[in-house]
Design a protein around this ligand. Structure first.
Ligand SMILES: [Ca+2]
Length: 264
């Protein structure tokens, strides 16, 4: 996922200077919108459709932000949400600074984006959000003709990571992939937690990364005006990673736990 943005994780942005810092670090910002190039996407074919191998990253979303001059809802409203005994707006927490006090690494999943913003990003890329059925097919049923062990063609697994959930970035992970400071700083049950760079965990069903855990993923599925999220996140255990874990959120809700990937 190379690039010149890796060093930003160690940069601290003061609240008042954050926008300037983001512009300085990411480049010329909106001023050079016409020069923006679209980021590369690695898609995996699953039958009749393709889906991103990774969650969409901060670096990829930055190209969209720069080209379209979008101001995300979290940016407009002063920050996205975190659950702290209830949903709380976190000042300055945005796609560029997922935890406010430091800028997001380019190879970490973008969060604090609404369903509408995720959809707009995918469409800007000539892609779209996966449907719920596509996401489920890709996450749980192995479709590769010759998958590496232990995966078996045609088998449907309980978790996107396979028979077990220990390889995923979730609260009961065994440590194969885990919080990598300083992207997120949070504690739950005495553990330091957060999302990790995409591809940090072992690949799961269909060779896809982080379909289970890391960050929730918006899909194109409406339930009474709410939009479904799939796969659980680093904040939860394995139960939220399963196919029967059905959760929906307001499509205008930006949160530190929610990202997305695209399909076509
Ligand atoms: Ca995920």
């Amino acid at each position: 996922m190379g690039g010149s943005l890796g060093s930003i994780a160690t940069r601290t942005a003061e609240s008042a200077g954050r926008a300037a810092a983001v512009l300085a670090i990411f480049g010329a910002g909106h001023a050079n919108a016409q020069e923006a190039t679209k980021p590369a996407h690695k898609l995996v074919r699953i039958g009749t459709f393709e889906i991103d191998r990774h969650e969409v990253t901060v670096g990829q979303f930055h190209a969209f932000w720069k080209a379209t001059q979008i101001k995300t809802k979290a940016e407009r409203d002063g920050g996205g949400f975190q659950y702290v005994g209830g949903w709380r707006r976190m000042a300055g927490w945005t796609w560029a600074a997922p935890n406010g006090d430091m800028l997001g690494r380019h190879d970490t999943p973008v969060v604090h984006v609404t369903w509408h913003e995720a959809k707009a990003y995918c469409e800007w890329m000539g892609l779209r959000l996966p449907t719920d059925a596509e996401w489920v097919e890709a996450a749980y049923t192995e479709r590769r003709p010759s998958p590496p062990a232990p995966f078996v063609t045609g088998r449907t697994y309980p978790y996107p990571s396979g028979e077990g959930a220990a390889d995923a970035n979730q609260i009961e992970s065994n440590g194969k992939c885990h919080f990598s400071p300083p992207v997120s700083v949070e504690t739950r049950d005495g553990q330091r937690l957060g999302h990790v760079s995409v591809g940090s965990c072992p690949p799961g069903v269909n060779g896809l990364y982080d379909m289970g855990g890391n960050v929730w993923e918006w899909v194109d599925h409406d339930v009474g005006g709410q939009k479904r999220t799939r796969g659980g996140s680093w904040w939860y255990g394995p139960a939220q990673m399963k196919a029967d874990a059905l959760y929906e959120k307001d499509p205008d809700f930006p949160a530190v736990y929610i990202g997305f990937r695209c399909a076509r």
